[in-house]
Design a protein around this ligand. Structure first.
Ligand code: EPS
Length: 396
């Protein structure tokens, strides 16, 4: 079973990811992992921290001579900012005078709920782990999942649909356009619609000017997914449920939509459901997995908790960043007196970065489901099983 976990504090020495269950013999492209990490750092509206960090994955185990060996993969990502925090956040007892307390919880952040839960007198330890910095470790693990999926012909990309009140006019973006967006060396807001991207930039500028923050919507698209991942047989094996949980677990995500789920609730079934057609030529094993076709994809590639062969479309809805330069009302942890919420520095918008985190979570989920279906301890075995299933679909 593909499993992963992360460790690390935002201003600690490093982030850590451990990924196990990857078959032996998967080629690991380090430059690809680092480019994914770079992509997560981009986007208009990022704060001062991203000028400090240069995220890069340092693999400690599970990869030898350029390929996986079936053992757990452990990696670290250095926090360059650590050099500024060694006295404030030491592993040893250190000098309490030099610790940096977070004395008033930020509304919307984990500060208050976390301090109450863990019985901390202030919120420093809470924000250190609740911080979205952790998503860098997920992106590194997700990059390895993407390399595995690539062997099966599956690609996962994302794009931004909305920042604050500025949204794309048409959310249906052809796959080739997403690939071109992904290849860009400069990322503004990772939006495929240039006109909408300018409106999104104006939203960020306005938040910057007023000391506010904005949220938005990103969409993750998985292309080339065969029908049959996930199952309706058990509630906790449904692909839509797994993807929703995976995306919802990302910092600041407050809602997840699959396909046109939200709009569908208010539309008649005759409009929502994707009529089925058949073209024999499409199912020859090259153009598609089967000859079955759809003109629309409102289901977002999943019916009954099972992938149906169309692109998988999952959207993450982000609340605005909870650290505000013009802070909201809060309370001092010690005195309980009304004060403004804590502020040091912050991002004002992170929608493109969250989209890259979303890609990682979707890739890890699809890789897990693919390995559950095709199995295999070596890539040769996995690919053989996959080819057998492909042949079964071709003959269906
Ligand atoms: C974050 C606060 C900011 C963000 C951080 C998430 O960090 P700092 O407090 O160091 O300025 O930059 O995100 C990242 C560091 C990152 O890599 O995405 C928070 O409190 O959630």
């Amino acid at each position: 079973m593909l499993r992963f976990s992360t460790a690390g504090e935002s201003h600690g020495e490093a982030l850590v990811a451990v990924l196990s269950g990857v078959p032996a013999g998967l080629k690991i492209d380090l430059a690809f992992i680092d480019r994914e990490l770079w992509r997560r750092q981009q986007g208009y509206g990022r704060g001062g921290r991203m000028k400090i960090e240069r995220d890069s994955a340092h693999i400690l185990s599970g990869v030898r001579h350029g390929a996986t060996i079936g053992s757990p993969i452990a990696l670290t990502i250095e926090n360059r900012d650590w050099k500024n925090w060694q006295e404030a956040l030491p592993v040893g007892a250190g000098d309490p005078e030099k610790h940096k307390a977070v004395n008033s919880p930020r509304p919307g952040h984990a500060d208050l709920a976390g301090a109450l839960k863990y019985n901390f007198p202030e919120a420093r330890y809470v924000l250190e782990r609740a911080s979205a910095r952790e998503s860098a470790a997920r992106v590194a693990a997700g990059a390895i999942a993407k390399l595995l999926l690539r062997e099966l012909g599956i690609e996962v990309l994302s794009h931004v649909l909305a920042v604050g009140g500025a949204a794309v006019r048409d959310a249906e973006i052809p796959w080739e356009k997403l690939q071109a967006l992904h290849a860009r060396e400069e990322v503004l807001l990772n939006c495929a619609d240039a006109e909408a991207e300018e409106r999104m930039k104006a939203e960020v500028d306005n938040a910057l000017k007023t000391g506010d923050s904005v949220g938005g919507v990103f969409e993750v698209v998985a292309h080339g997914v065969p029908p049959g991942l996930g199952t309706y047989a058990n509630w906790d094996e449904r692909l839509d449920a797994l993807l929703a949980a995976a995306l919802m677990s990302l910092q600041a995500v407050k809602a997840v939509e699959i396909g046109s789920g939200i709009g569908s609730a208010a539309s008649p079934g005759s409009v929502v459901h994707d009529a089925i057609g058949y073209e024999r030529a499409k199912g020859d094993g090259r153009a598609g997995y089967t000859g079955f076709t759809r003109r629309t994809n409102h289901a977002g590639g999943i019916e009954g908790g099972v992938s149906n062969g169309e692109d998988i479309l999952v959207r993450g809805y982000l609340k605005p960043i909870s650290t505000l330069r013009r802070p909201l009302e809060s309370v001092d942890f010690k005195t309980r007196a009304p004060v403004k919420a804590a502020y040091e520095r912050s991002d004002v918008a992170v929608v493109p970065a969250a989209g890259v985190g979303g890609e990682a979570m979707v890739a890890l989920t699809l890789a897990r489901c693919a390995l559950e279906k095709f199995g295999g301890d070596s890539m040769g075995e996995t690919l053989r099983n996959f080819a057998g299933y492909r042949e079964q679909l071709r003959r269906f």
